[in-house]
Design a protein around this ligand. Structure first.
Ligand SMILES: NC(=O)c1ccc[n+]([C@@H]2O[C@H](COP(=O)([O-])OP(=O)(O)OC[C@H]3O[C@@H](n4cnc5c(N)ncnc54)[C@H](O)[C@@H]3O)[C@@H](O)[C@H]2O)c1
Length: 348
């Protein structure tokens, strides 16, 4: 059992990962300012984890950019000689469009926030961190599936901040001994816990396809817009690699175990399924899961989109012994269970 600090642990990926980590026996301190989440998510995580997890989750409302909040999180519940052993760093802003409109806010939260966190880690003698990176780093990929060796060429401010933090982490790893770092480059995290108790609950209009489809299915929105029907793909719609959020959560546990078991490391790994699905295929699969067809309309391509983005996940399998276990059917079933039992998200 390790004591872990989870930044952004009330969010979509953080809450599912917190559950997997509690089930694995770890003790968690979550630091979140609820900028894009609800305290209800962690209440439900505790409910799902059951009495076994009693006393192993401490939640601190605070901001990763504020050193006093970070100090509180590192000190939380620690007995002498039992400080935080590792950090899983989810906290950040993630909407590409918003990052174009408000780049300074994105650099502040994502880059300055990560810098403050790393400084606090050093001050508290913790040098093990798993960082939420993104496939956005690759920009327009030259070839698919995309290996980790592909050029890092982000095309929007959100992607620039992720690239900057990866650079910061590699500089830190080179600066002194003792750092164990995993940058996990997620492809498209979707779905929900199979209980339907926790899931993705975006504020306002969803930026991503999957929550948009599920909100149309539940009657919150009229129809899905499919951006481009003339891409060079089998049905003309864009192809993406969708990863079930529970597979992603298990990927974090595997990364943590690998870091804790080894010496100094700097891992940069894709977490994806290695399979591509077109937008129209996802709309169809979701329609099967919810028992009704999903209204949609094909519109113009959106600037900044690529035709096909699919991970080469073989390095994660080799280095972490991890691979996805769930498919598009599971993603749609679990996503629909969450959405129809919580039509307004955690507020319902
Ligand atoms: N969901 C995706 O499609 C995706 C893809 C690739 C990478 N990522 C990255 O994974 C991480 C988690 O993503 P998510 O989908 O769970 O997003 P999310 O918005 O649901 O979770 C992020 C959490 O961080 C918290 N937070 C934001 N700013 C904070 C601050 N200054 N201090 C403390 N907490 C703060 C939010 O309240 C939220 O709970 C993010 O770093 C994101 O960039 C997400």
């Amino acid at each position: 059992m390790a004591r872990l600090l989870i930044t952004g642990g009330a969010g979509f990926i953080g809450s599912h990962t917190a559950l997997v980590l509690l089930e694995a026996g770890h003790e968690l301190v979550v630091l979140d300012n609820y900028a894009n989440s609800s305290p209800e998510a962690l209440r439900r995580v505790l409910e799902l984890a059951g009495p076994e997890a009693e006393g192993r989750l401490q939640v601190i409302e605070g901001d990763i950019r504020r050193s006093t909040d970070l100090d509180r999180a590192f000190a939380a519940g620690a007995s002498p000689g039992a400080g935080v052993e590792a950090v899983i760093h989810f906290a950040g802003l993630k909407a590409v469009g918003e990052s174009v409109a408000e780049p300074l806010r994105y650099w502040d939260v994502n880059v300055n926030g990560s810098q403050r966190l790393l400084a606090a880690m050093r001050a508290h003698g913790c040098r093990t961190v798993v960082f939420s990176s993104s496939a956005t780093l690759y920009g327009y990929p030259e070839a698919v599936p995309i290996p980790e060796s592909a050029p890092i060429r982000p095309i929007n401010p959100y992607g620039h901040t992720k690239a900057a933090v990866e650079k910061m982490l590699s500089d830190v790893a080179a600066s002194e001994a003792g750092w164990r770092i995993a940058c996990l480059r997620y492809f498209n995290p979707v779905g929900a816990h199979p209980s339907g108790r926790i899931g993705e609950d975006p504020n306002g209009i969803p930026n991503n396809l999957f929550p948009f489809i599920s909100q149309v299915a539940v009657g919150r929105r009229e129809q899905v817009q499919v951006f481009g029907g003339d891409w060079p793909t089998s049905d003309g719609s864009g192809v993406r690699d969708y990863i079930h959020v529970m597979d992603l959560a298990e990927g974090h546990l595997a990364a943590l175990n690998t870091l804790l078991a080894g010496g100094d490391q700097l891992l940069q790994l894709n977490l994806g399924s290695g399979h591509g699905h077109s937008v129209l295929e996802v709309i169809e699969a979701f329609g099967r899961a919810c028992g009704r067809s999903i209204p949609h309309q094909i519109t113009q391509r959106r600037s900044g989109d690529a035709a096909i983005t699919v991970a080469d996940p073989s390095e994660a399998k080799r280095q972490l012994g991890w691979q996805t276990r769930r498919n598009l059917h599971d993603i749609c079933q679990d996503g629909w269970r969450w959405q129809h039992s919580n039509p307004g998200g955690y507020a319902t």
